[in-house]
Design a protein. Structure first.
Length: 209
């Protein structure tokens, strides 16, 4: 029964994400979220990811289409995004625009839902947790960066890391420890914001210990 309630909350966040990005829902394959700007840059980067995925991770990070023939390391221009790599299968299924929009909408919804799960694990209050998820997933920071900063918005890995960390601290098991480590790494590689938040969380835990 608890899983059904969580699933209904997940659907709520998906619906909220679609409402707040409207009219994107009506133009999912022909319109990019946000005004023309950095979203076009990221559309090109997604194209490079899809084109170069077969040459290995290091090769993918060196975009030879820019400053040819030297290329440019995408790490130095905030051109790396874990969500971008997750978009590769969607690119082959529905194209670049669909992949960009789908990842963007799902990132907003997942950020809110992951924050809801963390808040519910701590407080046990569904209403407070939903409100916390809305604030985290659809706050000013998220919605502004959703207009084009593909590597910054959608930090749903962070609350998932904290969720499993909190669970592991209550009862240490191999599975919980492993998942805590996995989500820590994933949080660190989503971008500089995720890395800073992870380190800040660890500093707070160390000071509280």
């Amino acid at each position: 029964m608890e899983y059904v309630k969580h699933a209904s909350v997940a659907l709520l966040f998906i619906a909220l994400s679609l409402v707040l990005t409207f009219p994107l829902l009506l133009n999912f394959t022909t319109m990019l979220l946000g005004s023309p700007g950095d979203n076009l840059l990221w559309l090109g980067l997604l194209g490079w990811y899809a084109k170069s995925y077969g040459i290995g991770f290091a090769g993918m990070l060196n975009d030879t289409q820019v400053f040819y023939p030297l290329g440019v390391n995408l790490i130095y221009v905030s051109g790396f995004s874990l969500d971008g790599f997750l978009a590769i299968p969607l690119i082959f299924l529905g194209g670049y625009v669909l992949a960009y929009n789908l990842i963007s909408v799902l990132s907003l919804a997942l950020s809110g839902f992951a924050a809801y799960l963390l808040a519910y694990d701590i407080t046990g209050s569904r209403l407070a947790s939903v409100l916390g998820g809305v604030v985290f997933g659809f706050g000013i920071f998220q919605m502004v960066h959703a207009l084009g900063h593909f590597s910054i918005f959608g930090p749903f890995w962070l609350p998932l890391f904290l969720l499993f960390l909190n669970s592991a601290l209550r009862r240490c098991t191999v599975t919980r420890d492993f998942l805590t480590g996995v989500f820590f790494v994933l949080t660190c590689v989503i971008g500089w914001t995720g890395s800073e938040n992870c380190l800040a969380s660890f500093r707070h835990l160390c000071r509280s210990a």
